[in-house]
Design a protein around this ligand. Structure first.
Ligand SMILES: Cc1ncc(COP(=O)(O)O)c(C=O)c1O
Length: 374
């Protein structure tokens, strides 16, 4: 049987990983500054993570959401403590798109409205409503097309206000930092004004923190830099360090109704064991603080390289542009310098490393870049 060939692949296969490195079969070591699309938060195969997942696998891998599962409550308690959202409610799912799908659906249930406001260059996932709120017609099938989603420019508060004033929108959805869109940071003032305009018009504010959350920007969620408090927050990627999982944080003002949302696999035993280990490691190893410090250093050093344009980011969510092809540079970084990075569009390089990287790895990358760009 052939695989459905939808991915463009680099001809390399990592077969093992440890911390912020991955290894090919012949033992060659590669520095991972991409974390497999921002997924590896606490480092590859962290010993505590491996132990907890293996232990849970030996006990009970799965049972349905029709019986008690205290692992979910333990995870919720820890997440409340670490994120600062202890009064919020947690709904567990399996991926980022599914988290956004449920967030938007919930906003529609709560408000009785069917329209959504989203932002140009956004990426919210590939399921039905999530992809409709994603500003990329190439990944929307005819069945996804809808008049229910409107787009305005990020940071254009006047345009957002004008739309929201119609009182038609169930939710406005915005990424903490646009990731796939090329590391575009909404201004703190914009997020605050958006929150105010949404609430004035009975619209819920959804923060998509799937890529920018979980400590990546030096705060638990990127929107915490702006001091806003969304009604709904979506999470995935780093939440379980590679175990497929997503989550929705829901304001205490929103009342749950039995059967309103549901999933077979969401919040399963293995996923909860993985996600709890992630939060414990993040807390004990101070990885959010490390992301802030290493990110600041890396941004500073990148800004000193004259060939790089518009170096931008927060913490360990960093982007920069080059004159030539980002894909060529990334290929050379892998095969000549043994460093994995990410892309976003033809000229942008995106860095989303495990939150464990430090000054040593930052220096290694800076030296590799200088060598390849000279
Ligand atoms: C901001 C954001 N939202 C949603 C998603 C979709 O997540 P998933 O691929 O887990 O469905 C992504 C994935 O890249 C993302 O970056």
């Amino acid at each position: 049987m052939k695989l459905f060939d939808v991915y463009s692949l680099y001809d390399i296969e990592p077969v093992s990983g440890r911390g912020h490195h991955v290894y090919t079969e012949d033992g060659t070591e590669y520095l991972d500054l991409y974390g497999g699309h921002a997924v590896i938060s606490i480092g590859h195969s962290h010993p505590r993570y491996v132990e907890r997942v293996a232990d849970q696998l030996g006990r009970l891998a799965f049972y349905s959401n029709s019986v008690e599962n205290s692992l979910q409550q333990r995870l919720a308690d820890l997440m409340g403590e670490v994120s600062g959202y202890d009064t919020y409610q947690l709904f567990l799912v399996n991926s980022g798109a599914e988290a956004n799908e449920n967030a938007i659906k919930l906003a529609s249930f709560v408000t009785g409205r069917s329209k959504i406001l989203a932002f140009r260059k956004a990426f919210h996932g590939r399921t039905s409503v999530a992809v409709a709120a994603t500003d990329n017609p190439k990944i929307q099938a005819p069945v996804n097309k809808t008049d229910n989603v409107d787009f305005v420019d990020l940071d254009d508060i006047a345009a957002a206000r004008e739309r929201l004033a119609t009182g038609e929108y169930a939710a406005v959805i915005v990424e903490g930092i646009q990731g796939v869109g090329g590391i575009r940071i909404p201004s703190d003032a914009f997020l605050r004004e958006l929150e105010e305009a949404a609430h004035k018009n009975g619209t819920l504010l959804i923060l998509d923190e799937i890529q920018s959350g979980y400590g990546r920007t030096g705060r638990f969620f990127a929107h915490q830099h702006a001091g806003v408090r969304p009604d709904i927050i979506t999470m995935a990627k780093g939440i379980a360090n590679g175990f497929p999982m997503g989550g929705v944080l829901i304001s205490p003002e929103i009342e749950p109704v039995k059967g309103m949302l549901g999933t077979t696999f969401g919040g399963n035993h293995l996923a909860c064991a993985a996600a709890t280990a992630v939060l414990e490691v993040m807390r004990d190893e101070k990885l959010v603080e490390n992301a802030a410090a290493t990110g600041e250093y890396l941004l500073e050093e990148l800004r000193k390289i004259p060939q790089l344009k518009d170096v931008r980011g927060r913490g360990l969510m960093i982007g920069f542009d080059i004159d030539g092809s980002a894909s060529d540079l990334r290929r050379r970084l892998i095969f000549e310098e043994h460093v994995f990075t990410g892309g976003a569009g033809p000229n942008t390089v995106r860095l989303l490393p495990p939150l464990t990287v430090g000054k040593k790895e930052a220096d290694q990358f800076i030296n590799s870049l200088k060598k390849l760009l000279s």
